[in-house]
Design a protein around this ligand. Sequence first.
Ligand SMILES: O=c1ccn([C@@H]2O[C@H](COP(=O)(O)O)[C@@H](O)[C@H]2O)c(=O)[nH]1
Length: 232
Amino acid sequence: MIPAKRIIVALDFATESQALALVERLDPTRCRLKVGKELFTRCGPAFVEVLQSRGFEVFLDLKFHDIPNTVAGACAAAADLGVWMVNLHISGGARMIEAARTRLDAVSTPPLLIGVTLLTSLSREDLGAVGCPGEPSERVLALAALGHAAGLDGVVCSPLEAAAVRAAQGPDFRLVTPGVRPAGAALGDQVRVMTPRDALAAGADDLVIGRPITAASDPLAALRAIEDSLMA
Ligand SMILES: O=c1ccn([C@@H]2O[C@H](COP(=O)(O)O)[C@@H](O)[C@H]2O)c(=O)[nH]1
């Protein structure tokens, strides 16, 4: 039996009405929602409150990356908004993460604090081109260790790295995996991918899935098919 709410639907829409058209068909007891840069920049915190008022837990995926004081303040703002999870880029460094952790520890019900290791759209070649030679998995493992030591509740990584991060960081460290594609689905800009079922088997806690659901002709049927594939 797969526990409920393992799927986080990425609401990468350009308008509130497009997002709501899908949200109105979703069940908050069965999935969570992710609000990222596009929707947040267009609709702002008010739309996050709309989603929460409908019973959904919201992952605010703004991937903060700035000096420690600025990121700590942004995380405090996310906590005030009442989101379930917030994230930052681990490459911002240990002091940045510790500052965010300290601010969230002062809040009565803080959101989960998660760190992005290496974007799932990046390949080995992409990494080399920005001056970081080596295997993506090595970098992910190093960043996950740094992030855990600095106080993160978990990381965003590709499902390809989930088993290794789980082995290194233990059972209580949350693994949030985008880069999830049902068999035969278009990859789009994703590079380091796995199927939903394989991602869960590799140890992922949360599957972040956008276009395979949101761009489907019948998004609800696409979501149900993914849920069924997890049970099979
Ligand atoms: O490494 C990362 C971090 C975040 N994302 C986000 O997840 C979704 C994935 O959407 P798909 O349509 O399923 O590709 C999207 O909102 C990204 O911003 C990621 O893909 N990789």
